[in-house]
Design a binder for this molecule. Sequence first.
Ligand code: ADP
Length: 347
Amino acid sequence: MLAVLGSSALVVGDDERVLKASAAAYSMGLLADDRFQSDELLDLIRKTRRDGEVRAAQLVFGAGPRALSLAARVAPLGSRLVLVLIEDRTREKRVDEIRRDFVANVSHELKTPVGAITLLSEAVGEAADDPEAVVHFAGRMRVESERLTRLVQQIIELSRLQGDDPLDDPDVVPVDAVVESAIDRVGVDAASKSIAVVSAGRRGEHVLGSKSQIAVAIGNLVENAVAYSPSQSKVTVAVARSGDNVDIVVTDQGVGIPAREIDRIFERFYRLDPARARDTGGTGLGLSIVKHVAATNGGDVRVWSEEGSGSSFTLRLRAHAPADSNAPANRLDGPNAVEKRQHLEVR
Ligand code: ADP
């Protein structure tokens, strides 16, 4: 009977020893030598044994990041035994917290442009007899509403990504076409800063995953490379084969990212310099979208950066065709570069 129950089930004897437990109960670490390691749980068991009442409680077992959130139900089993059912709710609780955080962040981020538009519209109203001021405020209103549009678009993209599983039925995605359209998309911004955006490396590669998601991710990396680079610099999008994977490496000669910030840039809404982000229209969501796309498409994303000299983001995806063992290795980073580059895998 214990084996068919969905939750972890244990039968406790009158000496508080566990007489029988399902495998899941042991794997939680609740037991040592057939004795409960949780005082809270023992307390529940004693009470139920005393009065025969069925009890339910939420417990926290352990401490720190490995703490488990458990839902326990305790019931008498005949006159001598007690049945304990435990469900591990740790994951649900964490997902709930993340969702709550996300909603709070979204509301906070939306307030800024909405507030600005409200103030600007009041200013337009008050400056009705001053055409120059009206034009000025209207221009700023446009900037704020563009920012709002981008923010809403990225929030929708991110929430859509969270429910998707492109690995169920992956597309065969031609890397060249996706890279080309990402480069096209930044054309105007790059030209206005005289930044050359070029593609390099292997041609004709295909990867597995969702075409639209991969296009968004590469687009975000190329957009960032242009946004965080000075004029007259160069951005390269290179494709390389690495075993059964394809690496798409976006390299810039821009401002770079300080080492202490590098593992935070993939967090949602994280911006290095929020004041500057207001100018560039940055939302802090671009890289967290890239991270999600990598994860849901069975790949990963890594970053190397040096403050003042540039950054290089590598999106690794699963190749459509297996590696060609006769082809020469096509590495983008030489042996010295590898040592210099601290590639950080994003968790
Ligand atoms: P944003 O919309 O602000 O660009 P992202 O999530 O795309 O948001 O990036 C988060 C932060 O990481 C940015 O605010 C920026 O400071 C930094 N960043 C991203 N890409 C680059 C890059 N290529 N060079 C330098 N800094 C970058």
